[in-house]
Design a protein. Sequence first.
Length: 194
Amino acid sequence: MPQISASEYGALPLRVHSLLAGVPLHDVWAVDLPPLAEAAALDAFHRISYQFRVIETLPAPARVLFALRFFLGRVFRLEERPKGAGTASFAKGLTAEDRARSSPAPGTPDGLFQVVYRFPNEALLEVHNRTVHGALLTTLAPAEAGYRFYLAVYVRKAGWLTAGYMALIDPFRRWIIYPALLTRIRAIWEEAAH
């Protein structure tokens, strides 16, 4: 599952490019998915993937890393939101039209994240805690041989912990977590296609 270039990702017609124009793009990953008999939309795929409980069905090394991160997060209170986190939300930059198009509404909790917006083929989630103010973008684009699913990570500094935290987790994200996650996403897609 390749990490792709920022230029390929930047060429996609996505709302996130203008909304997060000042937020550093940390990395982008993609997985190619086979064609379906009917046109696909990301929001339908999200509904299907929630039924499969993606994180709970990842390979053991990835699940162990998630469990360790959540354990350390509780011990060191890493999930605490900084004061003023609500006023710094990426959703502040949404237009009235963006808010009307989003289902669910901006600010809706989604696990450890909050929804910034979820359009039919583009979804942006946000996390703001003691380690990072980050965003996770997923989108589904037509490709020559079917579809391409993109996963982009944006990271804004949340405090003195951010740089060290990202340096610590990057090898695990790149070598274990994202490859396992994208492999599982492809498997879910293929199961849903049948």
